[in-house]
Every structure is written in C-alpha cells, then in structure tokens.
Write a protein that binds this ligand. Structure first.
Ligand code: SF4
Length: 322
C-alpha cells in the first residue's frame, strides 16, 4: 500500500532540468518519489526520496502553473513531464493533478511531452485528441515477458497495455515513440526478447524507438543484482561493468563498457531495421556515441547535427573494420 502525502508546493515550478536533452524545457514532477517502484529506478538515490511505499503529491501544481503562465511575458513552447517520477501513476490523486496540469498547459497553447510506463486512461486520450499536435509521448517498454516485467517494474502498466497506449496515441495523431530503457544486457537485449517487442511495436505503427542500457548506483545495485540472480542459473555472457561518466549534468554509474555497449546498440539498430523501426541511443547516457537524438521530449530537442541510427551503424561497422 503506497502512502500519499499531500503537500503544497511553494517554489517556482516551470524550471529547466539539468539533463542536457531537457535544458531548453521546463519540467514538472507531479510527485516526489514514484509509486511504480521500478527496481532499477535512479531516483532511489536522490536526496529527499521518500522510499518505495510513499509519494509526496504536490496538490497545487495546476494552480501554480496557471499563475506562472499568467506572469510570463513569453510562454514556454513545451513542458516536459517528468524527469524523476511518472505522471501516470495508478494513484487517483496523481492522475487528477496530472490531468488538471496538462489541461491548463494545453488550454494555454503550450505543448506537453511526457515519458511514462504508467496508466493513461480514456480521459487523457480525449484531452490529447483535442490538440494532438501539441502532445509528444514516449512510452517506456523493454519486454513483453511478464516475468521480467513483474521483477523489474512491478507496479507499472502491463506491457500489452503500453503497446495499446502507443497505438491509441498514434490513432489520435499524437507523435508517440517507444523508449527501450533500461535494457538489461544479455537479458532484455536478446533477440528472442527484442524481436517480438519490435514486431508488436511495428504492428502498433511505431516507427521510432529510443534506447539506453541499465546503469547501477549503490542505492539500487544490490536489489537489481538480486533480481538478476533470481532469474536462474547464470547462462549469461560475462560482461565487463565499469564506472562511466554520462553527459554533463547526468552524473554517472556502473554500466557495461563503451565498446560492448556500442556493439550491442548496433545489433539492436540492425534488428530494428528488419522490423521497420529506427532505433536511436540516448545521448545523455552514451556521450561516446556522439550527438545522437533520442527525442526524449519530442523533436524540439533534436540538434542539427544529431546522428541518426544509420550513422551509429556506420560508426560501429567502421570500428569493427579498424
Ligand atoms: S516509472 Fe520511472 S520514475 Fe517511476 S519508478 Fe519506474 S523508472 Fe522510476
């Protein structure tokens, strides 16, 4: 049972994130903490993280946003939900505040982008259908396998429901992409896992997916490793994990090394091509791959010289040949 602590937010709300891909955009977190409880979630290491069974809900978010918009000379073009919580947690109070806040923004002509593994109900679909070109969605999904889903993302929406969400968003004209993040090397990036996922995404008319690999930090390292061990005898390939620096503003964590990751991305890009899906690695966690554009908040963040997936493939093929 997740405890919801209701609080009034006092500080300014439309403030940019430190994540490079989001620096141009104000970001909003409806809650502190996240009830979806993913085992690998990096917010477990954040100061003020309230624990897995507790979220702090900022009840006055919509009102604050409305007041800030009124005071601004120039409205932001787009607002991103949420860098460190899911805006569509199953909790009715969270759903309500998200609905009110997105309604205020869309009503003022401000675009809304979000990343979710949560529950996006019909009333949101009806809201987005009024101005679909102002909504940009990424839906996180790495597997269709229910055992892996329950182990690593126990309270998120079931994978099939997320596929249906992608389809519904596309049907109403929202630009929707999939986010394969975090992929677990030698577990969820295997062809037998990703192939069926790509097939389902393709059938739901998804043509673009972003991807990134699992990273570990002390607050959740043990938990993730326990879950991995419980999957059964390790028939997995030995992998070198080492501390990696991410892009400026994103810190770092233990991850499989650059060469290994690059090769694995290339296999995924090739597999995606087979299913008609363009796969782009996350730039912030893979700076060694150059200026890739995972479009975490929609196309606004794509820079002019961003590499596309074909360039990643060329880069890897060239490295193999050298
Ligand atoms: S949905 Fe996102 S923010 Fe929420 S627990 Fe999972 S990874 Fe963390």
């Amino acid at each position: 049972m997740v405890e919801v602590v209701k609080r009034q937010r006092k500080s300014p709300i439309l403030t940019p994130s430190s994540i490079p891909c989001l620096q141009q955009l104000p970001t909003i977190n409806i809650t502190q903490g996240c009830a979806l409880g993913c085992t690998y979630c990096y917010i477990q290491g954040y100061p003020g993280y309230p624990g897995p069974e507790r979220v702090v809900l900022f009840e006055n978010t919509a009102t604050l946003v409305q007041e800030e918009l009124k005071r601004k000379r120039r409205l932001p073009r787009r607002v991103y939900f949420s860098s460190s919580s899911d805006p569509f947690q199953f909790l009715p109070g969270v759903q309500e505040v998200t609905f009110q806040t997105m309604s205020v923004l869309l009503g003022a002509g401000v675009e809304v982008s979000f990343l979710t593994k949560g529950f996006v109900g019909d009333r949101f679909i009806r809201l987005f259908a009024k101005t679909p070109k102002r909504v940009f969605a990424q839906v996180g999904i790495t597997t269709l396998n229910s055992e892996l889903w329950k182990r690593f993302e126990p309270r998120t929406a079931p994978p099939q429901r997320r596929i249906e969400l992608l389809r519904s968003l596309g049907d109403i004209g929202v630009q929707a992409t999939a986010r394969l993040d975090p992929l677990i090397p030698a577990v969820t990036d295997r062809e037998e896992n990703i192939g069926p996922l790509f097939e389902c995404l393709g059938a739901a008319n998804i043509r673009h997916a972003a991807a990134s690999y699992l990273f570990l930090r002390p607050p959740f390292d043990t938990n993730v490793r326990d879950q991995l061990r419980s999957l059964g005898p390790a028939d997995r390939e030995p992998l070198r994990w080492q501390h990696q620096r991410f892009a400026e503003g994103c810190g770092g964590g233990r991850m499989i090394d650059n060469a290994e990751r690059t090769t694995r991305f290339a296999c995924l890009v090739e597999l995606g091509e087979h299913f008609g899906i363009r796969l782009t690695p996350c730039r912030c966690k893979n700076p060694e791959l150059g200026d890739t554009a995972c479009q975490i908040a929609g196309p606004l963040t794509r820079t002019a010289n961003a590499r596309d997936s074909q360039q990643i493939l060329d880069f890897v093929r060239q490295s193999r040949a050298d």
